[in-house]
Design a binder for this molecule. Structure first.
Ligand code: CU
Length: 451
């Protein structure tokens, strides 16, 4: 009995040992296979971390990466809420200004992936880019390993960018539009042609702008109350269009909202807007159909009817407005922040923005128009701005302000007394709309007051 039990135990012992040896052999083979696979695939399994910066309205970051596991570090450096979506893949949450997110994109194989922001309108405004996954891609620079820029270098970059102002560029917007004909009954006939053009938005940077009459903003239309108008609009852009006369009183069929009030003006077609300039107005004109594409890209312009409603002779907060003041300059200031034009004043980004030159003691009128997608607090250094009209409506109680918050679609008309000599900057006060790590840009210009 005892000896047979010992024999059984010995069998069990050797059985277990045999199984363990076999298992060990399998593990060793498997491990060797994994090592071999890793060696064959080489760098392709190396994890890459890519840094992306979101802003109005662009996604800035690497455009290529090697195949393998990819992690995206996303920072919203803009002032609006943005997110980052890999088309057909993962996405971040909506990120408010200055928020960060880490996005595990998984293992990306060779191909081209589209990255965009899915907040309504932001993709069309420019927040889209391609990420090419290729074995030929350069090695990703890990966050934190970017080249260090010293404080001295940062100072120099900012100063150099500022001293580049004012820079000459091709093209100027807001040019007064003369009628091409005045009919026997006095009707003023104007021509507007919408077309995709090359527009130098900043020195050396040409974009495919959508423009009226080859300029951004489109030409400045000024007519008198009671004028009969015929405005022939020819569409040479790739999409159907129309023109909405924002802030102008018109019959419904002239409101420019296809397909409700007219048929779209298709590519190659011309439509005539005919209406009477019924009331004084400080308006703007822009496309309504496909506006989220064409307007940020440049299809907007100022239109004014009648006299500028200056509060002559009134005393406002203790400051008397002369009853005989003469307006030395009337300046349309059209704001934009999206599309191919981007953060800009009158279709140009600093240092290509136009400086305005006045003589000491001049009275100036600015008309702000916001054709962008964001609100911009417009600040004039030194000189208070007397807001005398909102959206073209004269205010019974004008008021002084040094910063005017101009929301999309709004117009503010202000009077400025340039009574101190100097170069006074004039800019949007959202600081990321005027400065970046590459220096000053965007929504900045200056009023230069001379003796
Ligand atoms: Cu701004």
């Amino acid at each position: 009995m005892d000896s047979s039990k010992s024999f059984d135990r010995a069998l069990v012992f050797f059985g277990i040992m045999g199984a363990l040896v076999a298992l060990l052999a399998v593990i060793m083979v498997l491990t060797r296979d994994e090592t071999a696979a890793g060696a064959d695939a080489g760098e392709t399994t190396a994890a890459s971390t890519l840094s992306y910066e979101l802003t109005e309205f662009a996604i800035l970051g690497p455009q290529e990466v090697k195949p393998g596991p990819v992690t995206l570090q996303v920072h919203n450096g803009g002032s609006a809420t943005h997110n980052l979506v890999i088309d057909g893949g993962v996405r971040t949450a909506d990120l408010s200004a200055d928020e960060m997110a880490t996005l595990d994109a998984g293992v990306l194989s060779e191909g081209t992936y589209t990255i965009f922001c899915s907040i309504a309108g932001h993709r069309e405004a420019g927040m889209e880019m391609s990420l090419t996954v290729s074995t030929n891609a350069a090695d990703a620079v890990a966050p934190g390993d970017e080249e260090e820029v010293s404080a001295e270098e940062m100072n120099q970059i900012m100063i150099d960018s500022m001293l580049a102002f004012p820079a000459q560029t091709e093209g100027k917007g807001n040019q007064p539009l003369e009628p091409v004909a005045i009919k026997a009954d006095g009707t003023k006939v104007f021509e507007l042609t919408a077309e995709v053009i090359q527009w130098e938005v900043e020195p050396g940077k040409f974009v495919d702008a959508w423009a009226y009459n080859g300029q951004v903003p489109g030409p400045w239309i000024r007519v008198d109350v009671g004028d009969m108008l015929e405005i022939n609009v020819t569409n040479l852009t790739p999409l159907g269009t129309d023109v909405h006369w924002h802030g102008i009183s018109t019959p419904n069929n002239m409101d420019g909202v296809s397909p409700f009030t007219q048929d779209p003006i298709l590519t190659g077609e011309t439509f005539t807007y005919a209406f009477e300039a019924e009331e004084p107005a400080i308006g703007m004109y822009h496309a309504h159909l496909h506006s989220q594409i064409s307007v940020p890209n440049g299809m907007f312009g100022p239109i004014m009817i009648g006299e500028t409603p200056i509060p002559y002779g009134q005393t406002i907060s203790g400051v008397e407005i002369p009853d005989d003041l003469e307006i030395a300059q009337e300046i349309p200031m059209v704001l934009n922040d999206a599309g191919v034009i981007g953060l800009s004043l009158n279709g140009k980004s600093f240092p290509a923005t136009e400086p305005y030159v006045a003589s000491e003691g001049d009275w100036l009128v600015y008309h702000y128009y916001n054709e962008g997608l964001l609100t911009h607090p417009m600040h004039q250094h030194q000189f208070p701005q007397l807001v005398f009209a909102k959206d073209g409506h004269p205010l019974d109680v004008p008021y002084w302000a040094d910063t005017i918050n101009v929301a999309p679609g709004e117009r503010y008309s202000v009077l400025v007394h340039a009574d101190r000599v100097g170069t006074w900057v004039w800019h949007c006060h959202i600081l990321t709309h005027v400065e970046s790590h590459d220096g000053m840009f965007g929504m900045v210009t200056a009023l230069i007051v001379q003796e």
